[in-house]
Design a protein around this ligand. Sequence first.
Ligand code: 5AD
Ligand code: SF4
Length: 450
Amino acid sequence: MRFGVTVKYYIKTFGCQMNVYDSKRIADMLQNMGYQSVDAPADADLILFNTCHIREKAAEKLFSDLGRMEIIKNERKERGLETIIGVAGCVVQAENEQIATRAPYVNFATGPLTYHRIPEILARIARQKDICVIDTDFPAESKFDFLPENKSVGGCSYLAIQEGCNNFCTYCIVPYTRGVETSRPVDDILQEAKNLVATNTLEINLLGQNVNSYHGEGSDGKEKNLAYLLNKLSEIEGLKRIRYTTSYPADMSDELIACHKNLKKLMPYLHLPLQSGSDKILKAMNRRHTSGQYLEIVEKLKDANPEIGLSSDFIVGFPGETDEDFNATMEMVKKVNYIQAFSFKYSRRAGTPAAVYEHQVEEKIKQQRLKILQDDLFSRQLNFNKECVGKIMPVLFESKGKKTGEIFGRTPYMQTLVAKGGADDINKIKNVIITFGGMNALAGTIKEEA
Ligand code: 5AD
Ligand code: SF4
């Protein structure tokens, strides 16, 4: 990199909220090093892709995207500009051997647990040009101890409290890319939360692949659970809203469910993936719950807070899924009446047990089932959004809208809401009367500060 010139970086993020959080922490680190963010890769001295491997043909997509970055790197070279290309995230962890051979113009690759070492890696590259540094060993140290302070970017911030997963669902790559489950200590999390609130965060969304199995160390040296942490976070003055995601049904303890009754700051919305309504498929997926147990948890949650809205993830076409199994999923959707949900066709992840199961389902059938499921889920979502019309909801406004004079915010149920408003309304929670409920967004009129 050129001496005395501000280094510009570009980060593109794929995948889940954890990746969005990781990219932000990487950006904080680069910002601390004096680097400046740019919106176009052609303007960047450092191009970084933060990748996701959970579904789809992630590796193929990455290599084609990287091919485009190679062209940019060559064009910049003709202009006398050097470009460092880096890849981070779960694809690196799963496919690290391929990167150096298939994309030799990549300068470094780092897994999701080692990105705190990027400054060190950049220094190595500066000293020893044309090397490709691949850093994917699961580290002994926690990256969180090495990252700079997590700064607020607005009213709503993510905070990772737990990482990795020990559940080994037979379709899922996460336990292999993010490693075993680890929880951050309570005091570190409370400190990060206080820093965020001191810099204008009103809402914190606690993140973890399996967030409700959180078991971090408390200040007394004893293990604490998520319910304890939520109670502690609730005490932070100035923090108005708390969420947590993603939860594993078997880890929804009664103590945690009680938080939905007792903690007013906890939003009445929970993402609780069911994956399938068939007990046979749940077993083949190695999920530690049946559909009946899931319904019991839902009942308890609704008892704790009758206003609660649930969301889920579903996989259709898991190996061995028959029409009957699929109908059991549709039945569960009806019983729970989700207000929102994500649904996917099963896709084989090399190295996971289900990838080599017999009775893989034909693509055409997966497609048909996905359509039936999504039509049903979308109509429930639309119904819920329409039922909101006429209600008053506290909305956290986050950004300007597409049209001038419009702003975007989030309701307690994570619905996107658009209203008339200006810069003064952003990063504030306002009571809004809902005037319209569409499939993907609500519209409303601001009444007053909540
Ligand atoms: N195929 C399809 N969907 C998957 N998911 C995870 N792995 C796979 C896979 N191999 C889905 C699950 C999970 C969500 C994040 O992604 O539904 O909850
Ligand atoms: Fe993957 Fe299952 Fe762990 Fe979720 S609980 S991250 S689906 S292995």
